[in-house]
Design a protein around this ligand. Structure first.
Ligand code: NAP
Length: 356
């Protein structure tokens, strides 16, 4: 699957950020390995074949417990693909920073391979666009890793289409994946496109053109945090907003009506998008992992009406359609009075006839 264009439905990826114990340098034990094994087994049962890792997840412990699982299960490595991210310094003695220097990339891959107990990474993702990155260095480092068989493909994460295009010009290898946060909860990836020329546009910051760049250049789009951390699929929270509560209710009712799970509905909403989005689910709970497996089917069954109803519930407002709009700020009643007195010229010409 890596390196090939995804024009149709994407596949679910298992995100390993939750594996390995807590976010500390405290060592992991048997319990963390068992937990990781249970999660991996559930993912395999759900038909998942791609596992998302990062040197930074749980300070390296996620990769380490995954390596333990691989050594427990003979033959597993050949049946799956492993993606891992590099580019985030994990040295606690230093100020947190990104590092995409060529040498740093190569060293990070070396550490990941050791922890994962494998000879190769399927796709290496550059974590974020380090402001100090030099594309030539990335190109040389990747070429070294590719030609020595340590890494097969190159991907990026949290990178705009513009930055990807700039980086790609220096590479002999295609960027095959971009991982961005996208979900029913993090909707700026669709809002920015729809709200062009609209007053609410500046509430959203997703880099415009990124989805189009990925589609146009056969870059697979992976959505991190696609379950919106359970907000719409059963996580009890007194802090839920009214929109989140209403959306969770709609998700549940759709799930009941379609004899499926809330997780499948939440993921299907992403997967129905024509970009062929691959959700990277991060739950450690085997039940929730298995509850996700119907998402691909549900994406094919979800109607346009249902898709829009979910989007509308999550955004808490209709998408822009022509209408009377709010009371215009201009002319003010005082300005109208002045216009009537002849002090100002006609003011009505400044007023739009509605808004979208
Ligand atoms: N590229 C990047 O910058 C980046 C950043 C962050 C993450 N990622 C990747 O994306 C993956 C997914 O991200 P994520 O784990 O943050 O988000 P997620 O998949 O949206 O949510 C998973 C989290 O939500 C909890 N959760 C889900 N459903 C729940 C429910 N019904 N009730 C209670 N808790 C529930 C899970 O807890 P349980 O484990 O208890 O189910 C888990 O902590 C990560 O594993 C990682 O691989 C990438």
């Amino acid at each position: 699957m890596n390196g090939e264009k995804t024009t149709s439905l994407g596949h679910i990826v298992y995100g390993c950020m939750g594996l390995g114990g807590d976010w500390s340098s405290a060592p992991y034990g048997l319990a963390e390995i068992d937990e990781a094994e249970a999660a991996v087994e559930a993912a395999l049962e759900a038909g998942i074949a791609i596992f998302d890792q990062a040197e930074a997840y749980r300070f390296g412990k996620s990769e380490a417990v995954f390596g333990e699982v691989l050594s427990r299960s003979g033959g597993l490595r050949e049946r799956i693909q492993i993606n891992t991210h590099c580019g985030l310094s994990t040295d606690s003695r230093e100020v947190p920073h990104y590092n995409l220097d060529g040498a740093a990339i190569i060293e990070s891959v070396g550490r990941s391979l050791t922890r994962l107990k494998t000879d190769y990474i399927d796709t290496l993702l550059l974590n974020r666009a380090d402001p100090l990155l030099e594309p030539g260095q990335i190109a040389s480092a990747f070429e070294f890793l590719r030609s020595s068989g340590k890494v097969r493909y190159l991907g990026v994460s949290n990178m705009s289409g513009t930055r990807m295009a700039s980086l790609q010009r220096h590479l002999d290898t295609p960027i095959v994946v971009n991982q961005m946060e996208m979900s029913l909860g993090k909707r700026d990836w669709i809002e920015t496109g729809v709200l062009v020329n609209h007053r609410d546009r500046n509430r959203y910051s997703f880099p415009e053109g990124t989805i189009e760049y990925c589609l146009g250049n056969s870059v697979r789009l992976q959505a991190w945090a696609p379950l919106a951390r359970g907000v719409y699929s059963g996580r009890a929270s007194a802090l839920s907003t009214p929109e989140e509560a209403a959306t969770a209710k709609l998700v549940l009712s759709l799930a009941h009506g379609k004899n499926t799970t809330p997780e499948a509905i939440v993921l299907a909403w992403l997967m129905k998008h024509p970009a062929g989005i691959e959700p990277v689910i991060g739950t450690r709970d085997p039940k929730r992992i298995l509850a996700s497996r119907d998402a691909e089917l549900q994406a094919t069954l979800m109607t346009r009406h249902e898709w829009y109803a979910l989007w509308r519930a999550a955004r808490g407002a209709d998408v822009p359609v022509p209408g009377p709009g709010p009371e215009p700020a201009w002319p003010t009643p005082q300005a109208r009075a002045l216009a009537g007195s002849g002090v100002l010229g006609p003011v009505d010409q400044h007023v739009g006839n509605g808004h979208v």
